[in-house]
Write a protein that binds this ligand. Structure first.
Ligand code: IFM
Length: 463
């Protein structure tokens, strides 16, 4: 076993999101979200489920806080449900919705756990979608208003603020591919949505910093290194194409104040943009988007391997049959985390980086003794933390790591079949059972160090 220590003050956390765990969709005057609506349409959620009970966290949050204390985490990354605070998305504020988060934040602080707050983890109020959703520019003001009201109420207690979680997923999966709420399939809408997400980030970040001068404000991007399936020119171009939309379409405006020219040209070639004058862009937008970030959150799960498809379009393909994959079909590729952290550090120079999500979905079943021996999750986390440590040694300013997720939860279009939790949730009873990975994570946090000794060391300790 070779232990490598993380710096003092390194923030060890767990992450969740409101829609995936809370349930109680009508409690305290909450309004409808796009995921409530989307999941009520037959066929949209793989297992026919919905998020209306989920982990019942809205009623069991004190118990969940107890589990966090037991893990010894230093921080909890959670999201506020926008429709709890603004049931119709704008207009009248629902104080009862904010009361819930105020209690949660106070509970966290009493337990010595730093609240790490996300404003938008995908649960847009349906009433705002009815007005056009993210593709409609009026949403920028609605989001900024929401952010400001939350900052006014919680700013004296919450230091870490993130505006959006994974804008690529919101824009591309929600408005282009249609496999996430609101289920739209329009590349033009997706591009406008991405822009309004970025613009609302910039505008609300300025507003939060004005209201809470000591706040640290950032955004969370899901980033994935793009690998060509072969050295052929077509495959290399497919990887460049993917990188342009998945990674640089967000990183470039945030850090450089411009969209990547090659990705713009790709979209023009496909007929998704009329020309280099971007229809959604107004003067001053890019300056607002580029306003300095206090930190960037990176969610990392895997790399993406690309091939030029028969129609010339890039296709994500399996890296190879021998590669280890999880229940999502995602390849286990720890080195990609190192590559991405260093790339972002060297090419974009963020002040601080947090790994805001990292984890793996496994078909965890309790054994006869009721124990969930999720050795593969332990190895997944250990190997990724080892790569994060390597990136830190190489100079990337990494300040914390959040395991996705505290609990098995509602995994969006997949329903409840994909389990990412450190705690197993019995969705029929709501009962939580810590997996072996929870015990391992507790020891890792206590040591503030990761064992870089290789797979055998972690699986030996947790047979
Ligand atoms: O569950 C999601 C989370 O909501 C956003 N990031 C990826 C996770 C796993 O798919």
């Amino acid at each position: 076993m070779i232990l490598k220590s993380f710096p003092e003050g390194f923030l060890w956390g767990v992450a969740t999101s409101a829609q995936q765990i809370e349930g109680s969709p009508r409690a305290g005057g909450r309004g409808e979200s796009i995921w409530d609506f989307y999941s009520s349409v037959p066929g949209n959620i793989e297992d026919g489920s919905n998020p209306w009970t989920a982990c019942d966290h809205y009623r069991r949050w004190r118990e969940d806080l107890g589990w966090m204390k037991g893990l010894g985490v230093g921080a909890y990354r959670f999201s506020i449900s926008w429709p709890r605070v603004f049931p119709r998305g704008w207009g009248a504020l629902n104080e009862a919705g904010l009361d819930f988060y105020e209690e949660l934040v106070d509970g966290l602080l009493d337990a010595g756990i730093v609240p790490f707050l996300t404003l938008n983890h995908w649960d847009l109020p349906q009433a705002l979608q009815d007005r056009g959703g993210w593709p409609d520019r009026s949403i920028v003001d609605a989001f900024t208003e929401y952010a400001a009201r939350v900052a006014e109420r919680l700013g004296d207690r919450v230091r870490f603020w993130t505006t959006h979680n994974e804008p690529w997923c919101i824009a591309t999966l929600g408005y282009e591919e249609g496999c996430h709420a609101p289920g739209r399939q329009s590349p033009e809408e997706a591009l406008a949505a991405a822009h309004h997400l970025l613009l609302s980030h910039g505008r609300s970040a300025a507003e939060i910093s004005r209201i809470v001068p000591r706040a640290k404000v950032g955004i969370v991007l899901n980033l994935s290194p793009a690998w060509p399936a072969s050295e052929s020119e077509g495959d290399r171009d497919a990887a460049r194409w993917f990188d342009g939309f998945f990674n640089r379409w967000y990183l470039d405006p945030l850090f450089r104040g411009r969209y990547p020219n090659d990705a713009i040209a790709d979209r023009i070639a496909r007929g998704h943009l009329p020309g280099t004058d971007l229809p959604f862009l107004r003067e001053g937008d890019l300056d607002e988007i580029r306003s300095p970030l206090d930190f960037l959150g990176i969610n990392y799960y895997s790399r993406t391997v690309l091939r030029a498809g028969p129609d010339g379009r890039p296709k994500g393909v399996a890296a190879g049959p021998e590669k280890e994959r999880d229940e999502m079909g995602w390849e286990v590729f720890p080195r990609g985390l190192y590559d991405m952290l260093l790339r972002v550090h060297r090419e974009y120079g963020p002040q601080a980086l947090y790994i805001t999500e990292n984890g793996t979905a496994l078909a965890d079943e309790p054994d006869r003794e009721g124990r969930v021996r999720d050795v593969r999750r332990i190895e997944y986390m250990r190997s990724h933390l080892a790569e994060a440590h390597r990136a830190w040694e190489a100079g990337a300013p990494i300040h914390g790591y959040f395991a996705w997720s505290l609990l098995d939860n509602f995994e969006w279009g997949h329903g409840y079949g994909k389990r990412f939790g450190l705690l197993r949730v019995d969705f029929a009873t709501g009962e939580r059972t810590p997996k072996e990975s929870a015990r391992w994570y507790r020891e890792t946090i206590a040591a503030n160090a990761v064992d870089i000794g290789g797979p055998s060391s972690s699986s030996r300790r947790y047979p």
